[in-house]
Ligand binder design. Sequence first.
Ligand SMILES: *Cc1c(COP(=O)(O)O)cnc(C)c1O
Length: 386
Amino acid sequence: MNLITLPEQVTEAVRKVIGNGPIKLHEPSFTGNEIKYIEDCINSTYVSSVGKYVDQFEVELSKFTGANYAVSIVNGTAALHLALKLAGVENDDEVLVQAFTFVGSVNAISYCGAVPHFVDIEKENLGVDPVKLQDYLTEITAKLKRETTNKFTGRRIKALVVMHTFGHPSKMDELLEVSKKFNIKIIEDAAESIGSYYKDKHTGTLGQLGTLSFNGNKTITTGGGGAILTNNLELARRAKHLSTTAKVSHKWAFRHDEIGYNYRMPNINAALGCAQLEDLHLKLEKKEKLFNEYKFQFSKIEGVSIVEEPTDCKSNYWLQTIKLDLPNLALRNEILDDLNSAGFMSRPGWDLINTLKPYSHNPSMTLECAKELFSCIINIPSNFST
Ligand SMILES: *Cc1c(COP(=O)(O)O)cnc(C)c1O
């Protein structure tokens, strides 16, 4: 029966779900009060970092995620930078992070003067592998006082960045256990996972701090934007203070009590965010529907499967991902060519960060699973439109 090639079958499956191209990998969708709220900003002249939408966005975000506090930030990378600083990451510390991630996860560590140290992922959730991590840390660390030190570099290992890949929650219970054992703080990079839950908890609320992104390619957007989530009042206060140039509140004086950042989200972006949040439930429903349609089509093709939400988790299905069985890896580029030529914008996973020039000399465990995953996945069009 298999008269057509695997690349042709994949392209045909995508066509059956979303019709004819051209179609982007992911486009924002504006279906609610976006224009109304932005117009309101302009009419009120409050377009910058003070205004009612910034506060409202934070209230709504904390309600939606269940985090006690949400602090709006200019973008996801800046949010992660600040979260790492708040977790106590300092110059010359090491911070563990998966090598299979967007480069922003890793750059934020470098902004702190710390050294990214790469760890492997596992296949089920596509997140940091807790078993491998525990074995690795047991092997390479020594405990000095209450701190964990890398025996080979002499540097303190301060934190672990856990990213929820393509919206699929990582194995948080197991990772939290490892982090406790080694006294390492967990910062969740939940840039891709608004609307995703680990057990009954929203991603980004399980570690000491979590961060979100509202870039144009994410599930909801503020143009550019991000947020810090935390349940700790003091950390939330510090996040707000440091993101607003560490300015001390005063009737008229310009007093700044430490070196702060201009990282606060502008009101006009938050206005967009408030409107987007109102429709988030609808957007998540559309994502799930799209996943189910793809799942049905790909179930009929041998040698390819679609990535599903992990056990005990709810995924937002930000990006739909297909995985080639090992014998078909050689066909990955051909499939990418075929999909893109047909107008179905599709992309491989990120180049592993340890292979990028600025990070090629960083400490790393072996990365078998990350390498395999990189070679076998393809992200296919994931818009809200169907
Ligand atoms: C998008 C993204 C970020 C950064 O977000 P920006 O808002 O673009 O700075 C960080 N980490 C991951 C995993 C992302 O996907």
